[in-house]
Design a protein around this ligand. Structure first.
Ligand code: ADP
Ligand code: MG
Length: 253
C-alpha cells in the first residue's frame, strides 16, 4: 500500500510546487513508483513538467465532476517510475464549479485511495489556502509535509495549518500524521534564518526535518525548462538537497 503525502501550507511562493515536483522526481529516481497529483487550479505542476495543454487528456477536475474515471487522467511522464495527474482550469466558470465540487470530500478521498495499491508514493501539490482542495488533500493523505521559508508570515501560516490538522483529524481522517516541516529557499548565515530556526526548534522540534533546501538558481531555472531540477542538473546544491529530502523521508518510513 503506497503512502499518500500532501504538500501544503496556506501561503503562496514558499516552494510547495517546486518541492512536490522535485520530491516526486527524487522518489522516481530511487525507483519508487510515484504518482504526482496537482490539486492547484493554477496548473503550475504541468508547466514545471513540460505538460502543455495539447498533451493533457484530462485532469483531476474531470474526475471530481464524474466526467472521467481516474485511470483515464493518469499521464506517463518522460521520467520512468513517475506518473502525473494534471489540474487544468481554463476559465473563471470552471473555477467556480470546482469550488462547489470540492465540498464532496469523502468522494474525492475514496477516488484517490483507489490508486494507493499501484504506487509506492502519491504526492499531492496543494493550493495556497486551506479551504477546498487542501482540505480534500488532507482528508485523503497519510501525512502532511510542510515547506516554509525563514520569514514571519510563513511561521504564521505554519501555525494555521497545524491547527487545521486537528480539525481534519476529528472530522475526516484520524490517520493524518505530520511527515515534517522543512525550510525552502534557505539562506544560511542571515539573522532571519537564525530567528526562524530558533522558533521552530523551540516550538516544533519533533517535526523539523534535517534537510534544508537552499535558495538555488538551478531550481528556478529548471522550472522554465519544464524539467525537475533533480534531472535538469542533478549535481546542483538544490537538486542534491531534494534528493536528500527524499532519502530522509524514505528512511523515516
Ligand atoms: P508555491 O507552490 O508555494 O507557490 P513555488 O514552488 O511555485 O511555490 O515557488 C515559487 C517560486 O520560487 C518559483 O518561481 C520557484 O521557481 C522559486 N523557487 C522555489 N524554490 C526555490 C529554491 N530553492 N531556490 C530558488 N528558487 C526557488
Ligand atoms: Mg504552487
Amino acid at each position: 500500500m503506497g503512502k499518500v503525502i500532501a504538500i501544503a501550507v496556506p501561503k503562496g511562493g514558499v516552494g510547495k510546487t517546486t518541492s512536490a515536483i522535485n520530491l516526486a522526481a527524487s522518489f522516481a529516481v530511487a525507483e519508487k513508483k510515484t504518482l504526482l497529483i496537482d490539486f492547484d487550479a493554477s496548473g503550475a505542476c504541468s508547466l514545471a513538467l513540460g505538460f502543455t495543454p495539447d498533451k493533457i487528456r484530462g485532469d483531476i477536475f474531470d474526475v471530481f465532476s464524474y466526467a472521467k474515471p481516474i485511470d483515464k487522467v493518469i499521464h506517463k511522464t518522460d521520467i520512468p517510475f513517475l506518473d502525473f495527474i494534471p489540474a487544468l482550469v481554463p476559465t473563471y466558470q470552471s473555477e467556480q464549479r470546482l469550488e462547489k465540487l470540492s465540498s464532496n470530500i469523502m468522494f474525492i478521498a475514496n477516488v484517490i485511495r483507489t490508486q494507493a495499491e499501484a504506487y509506492d508514493f502519491i504526492i499531492i501539490d496543494c493550493p495556497p489556502y486551506l479551504k477546498g482542495m487542501t482540505t480534500n488533500a488532507m482528508a485523503v493523505s497519510d501525512s502532511l509535509l510542510i515547506p516554509i521559508r525563514a520569514e514571519n508570515f510563513s511561521l504564521d501560516a505554519l501555525r494555521k495549518i497545524l491547527r487545521h490538522v486537528e480539525f481534519v483529524k476529528r472530522t475526516y481522517n484520524h490517520r493524518l500524521k505530520i511527515e515534517g516541516i522543512f525550510f525552502t529557499m534557505f539562506e544560511p548565515h542571515t539573522k532571519v534564518s537564525q530567528l526562524a530556526i530558533d522558533d521552530l526548534s523551540e516550538n516544533f522540534n519533533g517535526y523539523l526535518l534535517k534537510t534544508m533546501i537552499p535558495k538555488n538558481v538551478t531550481i528556478s531555472e529548471s522550472a522554465f525548462k519544464g524539467i525537475p531540477a533533480v534531472l535538469y542538473k542533478a549535481v546542483s546544491k538544490g537538486s542534491q538537497a531534494y534528493l536528500n529530502l527524499a532519502i530522509e523521508i524514505m528512511n523515516k518510513n
